[in-house]
Design a protein around this ligand. Structure first.
Ligand code: SF4
Length: 480
């Protein structure tokens, strides 16, 4: 077994640490950092370290050091060696929890935004969520939205002017600095196409998160700017009208979404439009067995435009952590089988489809059931992380967490840090919040305002803060 192969395996449960460590011997011996007699134990500890961080990315360094039973000098040496052996880094990134590293942490590290948060530097948010939808045609049972809550149609004109000013304000350089989502359904805003064109004109790649109920041919004709999107990611709520109705409360909605997506595929093929099309599918309780039908659905969509098949799908578990979204242990075992069947079938029927299994499902497929990061009110950060991301709704209100920006949501106004308007820029809103030293004291159930991204960011910041307090400032956060 090569160093690369065996070390890359070291974060996989069941892989033999001794075998992995043996493969590392040569590299450790060649480093000159450890005496020959220490080579074996050091290689073993390096493999164990990869296993720890491949499974639990947000462990503080002191905790890892205690688990390995080494003193601080020895641990420092281990960390130094770790950085010199690329296969170990790959092992962490490919571990059961590797998606936390690759999907979220490492990109933000490269941008330096975690350091800005900890230093309380008022930088412009790295990611800005634009939530332009005044309403939504669905009533999803898991949606936090207050039934019937919407923004007044009279807010649209002023709201769209405000969004245009935010788009103009976002610094160039990070092409993925903005996305369009909700809140409510973005396509219910008739000015969306113009906003997308404006952003694309400045070089931004905008991804639209939508339920695609309103993504009709007529809409696409009337709002040509939608063709300037970088990608459309459709949340799929079932695979039959009955499933859709059970989830969204709307009759016949699957038939319509399917028709919209198929037509969209034909239109983008005809126009040779570079826009990407993806799906997001949450495996709800009772629906693990539907994954095979999901491949059939995608294959059927692809028949609408064989030369432009669907680009990607993101499979997710319900990330909210609410008890009614949880799968039973039996169903989790079933889900593991179904996911592997899905992978095989997708490779055959939809070979070009990119599948992202997210933090949790990726680990489940690898045979572990790692605990998802779960932030609680006591581990929420009173200063949050506006330098990493904020969300702006149709009224210009700026929210700290992704699930807080819904109209009329009880308690969410505590996470509103200001309002963008004719006399106030987003830069000023964030700057005022950060420099004033304002804090939000979390209350019970506030953790539901955080989505999976917010949770990972919070866990990372807490970890870094602990490492720094423990005297590991130079090494804080393990990988970066
Ligand atoms: S989850 Fe999305 S599509 Fe469903 S009701 Fe809420 S805003 Fe609408």
């Amino acid at each position: 077994m090569t160093v690369e192969m065996s070390a890359t395996n070291s974060a996989i449960p069941g892989s033999d640490l001794t075998v992995v460590a043996q493969a590392l011997h040569e590299e450790v011996a060649g480093s000159g950092l450890v005496p020959p007699a220490e080579t074996g134990p050091t290689a073993h500890r390096l493999a164990a370290l990869a296993r720890i961080y491949g499974n639990a990315p947000f462990v503080p360094l002191e905790q890892a050091r205690h688990e390995l039973g080494v003193d601080r000098a020895g641990f420092e040496r281990l960390l130094e060696l770790f950085t010199r052996i690329p296969a170990l880094r790959a092992a962490v990134e490919n571990g059961p929890s590797g998606r936390y590293w690759t999907n979220t942490v490492l990109g933000l590290e490269r941008a330096g935004v975690f350091d800005a948060v900890l230093a309380r530097k008022p930088t412009f948010p790295h990611l800005v969520g634009l939530y332009p939808g005044p309403t939504c045609m669905f009533r999803c049972h898991f949606c936090v939205r207050v039934t019937g809550a919407r923004y007044q149609a009279s807010s649209l004109a002023g709201g769209n002017e405000m969004f245009a000013s935010v788009i103009d304000e976002v610094p160039a350089g990070n092409r993925d600095a903005m996305y369009v989502s909700g809140g409510l359904e973005p396509l219910t805003n008739p000015g969306l196409g113009a906003l997308v064109s404006r952003a694309a004109g400045r070089g931004f790649r905008i991804v639209l998160y939508t339920n695609s109920f309103a993504l009709t041919e007529q809409k696409l004709k009337g709002e040509q700017g939608l063709w300037d999107l970088h990608a459309i990611r459709t949340s799929l709520y079932g695979l039959t009208d009955e499933e859709y109705q059970a989830t969204t409360g709307k009759q016949g909605s699957f038939t319509r979404v399917r028709a919209n997506l198929a037509r969209f595929q034909q239109l983008r093929a005809e126009r040779e439009a570079p826009i990407r099309l993806g799906l997001s599918y949450i495996v709800l309780p009772g629906r693990a067995g539907r994954l095979s039908a999901l491949v059939d659905f995608i294959a059927e969509l692809n028949e609408a435009a064989p030369d432009r098949p669907l680009d990607y799908i993101n499979l997710r578990e319900d990330y909210s952590g609410r008890p009614d979204g949880k799968l039973s242990p039996d169903e989790r075992a079933e889900l593991q089988d179904e996911l592997n069947r899905f992978r095989e079938k997708a490779a055959q029927r939809t070979p070009t489809l990119h599948v992202d299994y997210g933090y949790a499902l990726h680990s489940l497929m690898m045979g572990t059931d790692v605990q998802l990061v779960r932030i609680r009110p006591e581990t929420m950060r009173p200063t949050a992380h506006p330098q990493v991301s904020v969300q702006v709704d149709l009224l210009g209100d700026v929210y700290l967490y992704r699930e807080a920006a819904f109209p009329g949501l009880a308690g969410a106004d505590r996470y509103r840090i200001g309002t963008v308007g004719p006399d106030t820029t987003l830069t000023e809103v964030v700057e005022t919040f950060v420099t004033s030293g304002a804090t939000v004291t979390p209350q019970a159930e506030d953790e539901y305002f955080l989505d999976g991204f917010d949770q990972a960011v919070t866990a990372r910041l807490n970890q870094m803060e602990t490492d720094i307090a423990d005297g590991w400032g130079e090494r804080r956060g393990f990988l970066r």
